[in-house]
Design a protein around this ligand. Structure first.
Ligand SMILES: Cc1cc2nc3c(=O)[nH]c(=O)nc-3n(C[C@H](O)[C@H](O)[C@H](O)COP(=O)(O)OP(=O)(O)OC[C@H]3O[C@@H](n4cnc5c(N)ncnc54)[C@H](O)[C@@H]3O)c2cc1C
Length: 461
């Protein structure tokens, strides 16, 4: 293994004869893609990972406190598709770390930082096994990608450098954001506003209260929905046994009937939802563009609140906080963030919510208007999906443009949400990363062969 430091001013070297691969973004998706490439591509290559603010790093060394909530169970977070128990085994091996009590570890929920440490360790191990691969971590952002004048792709990065790559994986997820508080007066625990209706927002609101950093939290959910609870122990997919419809309306009737039946039988809706999610990809492919738009407008918030669930303990604490008045839930759109609160647009009109602290936990898709994405659209390397959630991809993340041409560009994880439902979740990203690595292994030109044939064409062999 050769790992070149982020500060090393080195660009991929054409003379070393290695295939050049770039990954843009070092969140879970970027690192998972790197693991899959290291495990799958069976010839030497030079890998560069770009990210000025990597979400996953060697957090154990950094010693960051564990604070964020993972909403998936341990059993669903393995980065090894052939060993579902991999994360559990890793946790058990370091049980003295105390992240999870003894017992049914598979069903437990652990903090996000613990998962990050696991992912980083598996990345380091995969790297150690590849003495033939050069990996370089760069701390700059990618500002543009274009076709290279010879072949491959030209990547421009923050410090003005340009480098040629044979293949590029976009793993920019939710973009370049630091996720910091919008404003904060930590000396004055009082009213706080948390913006967002997802798991992260609820977790943040509960932590503000339990740490005494706020005496009351207003939780602003644009749709008015909040995450539903997980069951105490994991349930599998529960099928109704009936044929699954291929229209949006039919699918939701089917879902409602199945959930009603589950309620009558006392078996809960979570298993029905798990079954629905297994079928969601095929259903999505069969929907018309208009049905997809209707889904985004009317159904997505309900779908998200039932698929991204709160661990039962958190759900109970949320319920109690709402009942006691410690959390107030408001439905509305935040028009403006100010130093002393937010301007909220509700059905009753515009309102100012004063707060000593405002925390923005909204998840927004990648900014397709950023310089990087503008350059990609201009070069015709990617195509915006019809819902503006990301770009068109196939199941392995290959960017699909007119005429099905493939230029060595992949858009991984949440960037493909307009094409592949649930591709923002760990199990789906793991499968996609391996599919992409396999597709690349088949497609990647062997640089030594290319160089030899070019040299012989020029009579220099
Ligand atoms: C702590 C943690 C907890 C998680 N919990 C769960 C869970 O419970 N259940 C589940 O299924 N999944 C979970 N996940 C996975 C999660 O679903 C995915 O991480 C998420 O969907 C998207 O990850 P991402 O890497 O694609 O995007 P992001 O996390 O947004 O990372 C994108 C990275 O790209 C970088 N970037 C953006 N633009 C550029 C640019 N132009 N140049 C260079 N770099 C750029 C950003 O700085 C950022 O670091 C978790 C992940 C983490 C890390």
């Amino acid at each position: 293994m050769t790992l070149v430091s982020a500060r090393f001013p080195h660009q991929p070297n054409e003379a070393d004869g290695l295939s050049k691969i770039a990954i843009v973004g070092r969140g879970f998706t970027g690192l998972m893609t790197a693991i899959a490439l290291l495990k799958t591509v069976d010839r030497p290559f030079h890998l560069v990972l770009y990210d000025p603010h990597p979400k996953i790093d060697n957090w154990e060394e950094i010693g960051r406190p564990a604070s964020t909530l993972l909403n998936s169970r341990v059993r669903d977070l393995s980065v090894n598709p052939a060993a579902r128990e991999d994360f559990r085994r890793w946790l058990e091996a370091r049980r003295n770390g105390g992240e999870v009590a003894a017992g049914n570890v598979d069903h437990a929920f652990v903090p996000g930082e613990v998962f990050s440490a696991y992912v980083y360790q598996r990345f380091s191990e995969a790297l150690r096994e590849r003495t033939d691969v050069v990996v370089q971590l760069r701390a700059d952002s990618v500002t543009a990608i274009d076709r290279h004048s010879r072949d491959g792709l030209s990547v421009s990065s923050g410090e003005g450098g340009q480098a040629r790559f044979d293949a590029v994986f976009l793993a920019t997820g939710y973009g370049l954001r630091d996720g910091a508080d919008a404003n904060s007066d930590e000396s004055a625990p009082g009213e706080a506003v948390v913006i967002g209706g997802g798991v992260h927002a609820v977790d943040r609101a509960l932590r503000l209260l339990s740490a005494g950093e706020a005496s009351h939290v207003t939780l602003i959910s644009a749709s008015g929905f909040l995450p539903q609870p997980h069951t105490a122990s994991a349930v599998g997919a529960v099928s109704s046994g009936r044929p699954f419809p291929n229209t949006l309306l039919g699918a939701f009737r089917h879902l409602r009937e199945a959930a009603n039946r589950a309620a009558l039988e006392g078996s809960g809706w979570q298993g029905i939802m798990n079954d629905f999610r297994l079928r969601a990809r095929d259903l999505w492919q069969s929907l018309t563009p208009e049905e997809r738009r209707r889904f985004k407008r009317h159904v997505k918030p309900i779908y998200d609140s039932h698929r991204n669930r709160l661990p039962p303990g958190h759900y109970e604490r949320l319920r109690q906080a709402i009942t006691s008045g410690a959390i107030t839930v408001r439905k509305g759109k935040v028009e403006r963030l100010a130093t002393n609160g937010v301007l909220l647009s509700t059905a009753a009109g515009l309102q100012v919510l004063a707060a000593g602290r405002t925390i923005d936990c909204r998840i927004r898709p990648t900014d397709l208007g950023s310089p990087l994405y503008r350059s990609l659209f201009l070069a015709g390397l990617v195509r915006r999906d019809e819902l503006d959630l990301g770009v068109f991809v196939d199941r392995s993340g290959r960017a699909i443009v007119e005429g099905e041409r493939f230029d060595g560009l992949f858009a991984m994880g949440p960037l493909g949400l307009g094409s592949l439902p649930d591709i923002d979740l760990v199990p789906e990203i793991v499968v996609q990363a391996y599919a992409a690595a396999e597709a690349l292994g088949v497609w990647l030109p062997d640089r030594k062969t290319v160089r030899a044939s070019k040299a012989s064409a020029h009579g220099t062999a």
